[in-house]
Ligand binder design. Structure first.
Ligand SMILES: O=C(O)CCC(=O)C(=O)O
Ligand SMILES: [Fe+2]
Length: 130
């Protein structure tokens, strides 16, 4: 893999990066097979840090295994690669299709911190195709 220490050097002058904190709340659901907490999606920014308390619900689509649960680990955050990272790295870091399912026993919360460049930054791949 080609090393390039300039990967994340901003080229948009002094515009600050953008960060967004999103609080998700998934109430108990009597029939989880008939509801979805958060529909399948990819996060559009660069990176997401996700705190998912101690109730599972996050699932990622993993190759032939289908939807795989990402169990919450005490003191750990999930790091999600977003669309902009996918584009910047020319697909070397892949954006992650994920969703959140509900359950019938516990109210679940999660906190997502989305981080990326300013809204009007121009994004293009920084790594050439091999
Ligand atoms: O609640 C979760 O585990 C996922 C939240 C999520 O994917 C999002 O806020 O974009
Ligand atoms: Fe997400």
């Amino acid at each position: 893999m080609r090393e390039d220490v300039k990967w994340f050097k901003p080229n948009n002058g002094s515009k600050p990066p953008q960060a967004l904190l999103q609080l998700n709340s998934y109430p108990v659901c009597p029939d989880p097979s008939r509801a979805m907490g958060l529909a399948p999606h990819t996060d559009s920014s660069l990176l997401t840090l996700l705190y998912q308390s101690n109730t599972s619900g996050l699932q990622v689509l993993h190759g032939n295994s289908g939807w795989v649960t990402v169990p919450p680990l005490a003191g750990a955050l999930v790091v999600n690669v977003g669309d902009l990272m996918h584009i910047l790295s020319n697909g070397r870091f892949k954006t992650t299709l994920h969703r959140a399912v509900v359950n019938k026993a516990e109210h679940r919360i999660s906190v997502a911190y989305f981080f990326g460049p300013s809204r009007d930054a121009k994004i293009s791949p920084l790594i050439e195709v091999d």
